[in-house]
Design a protein around this ligand. Structure first.
Ligand code: FES
Ligand code: FES
Length: 159
């Protein structure tokens, strides 16, 4: 079947089989290498994408449900000023995450940054539930993200 959708700002179309998951479509058909299919059960976040602005596990999403949706991956976010500010704050704080964690934590940061420059702890914790990690304390992520969002707000206001 043919599907058409927006991927990182460009309209794309491709022929997929009904068995393909969204992660398969994005990796195999479009070379989206920020994604990996680790647990395949919506637990780790290594396949996280934003669909119409919301975090979604692409391993549990049938590929055909990408049709007419707006999909964003880390590849697009990495080219933005938001990414530079957020990732440099993470580096400064010594947060060194694995590839799977990097995908999920960065996209969650983008999702939260768009929602509010000062998300509540509950909002951050709820979004963090989309990523599995046993090496980073949630409090460290929350504190770092808050500082990064503050810096982002300042950067946006600076002409
Ligand atoms: S591979 Fe999708 S959540 Fe782990
Ligand atoms: S960042 Fe990968 S397990 Fe913590």
């Amino acid at each position: 079947m043919n599907i058409e959708f927006t991927l990182n700002g460009s309209t794309q179309s491709t022929n997929i089989s009904s068995a393909e998951r969204a992660v398969d479509v994005l990796v195999r058909h479009f070379d989206i290498h920020s994604l990996s299919a680790n647990c395949l059960s919506g637990k780790c976040g290594s396949c996280l994408i934003l669909v119409d602005g919301n975090p979604v596990y692409s391993c549990t999403l049938p590929g055909f449900l990408l049709r007419e949706r707006r999909v964003e991956t880390l590849e697009a976010f990495q080219k933005t000023k938001e990414f530079v500010v957020i990732s440099s704050e993470f580096q400064k704080e010594g947060i060194d995450v694995c590839c799977a964690g990097n995908n999920a934590f960065m996209l969650i940061a983008l999702y939260l940054a768009r929602k509010s420059i000062a998300p509540s702890d509950d909002d951050i914790r709820e979004a963090l539930a989309n990523a599995y990690c046993d090496c980073l304390a949630p409090e460290h992520y929350i504190r770092t993200l808050r500082t990064a969002l503050h810096r982002l707000d300042t950067a946006r206001k600076t002409p």
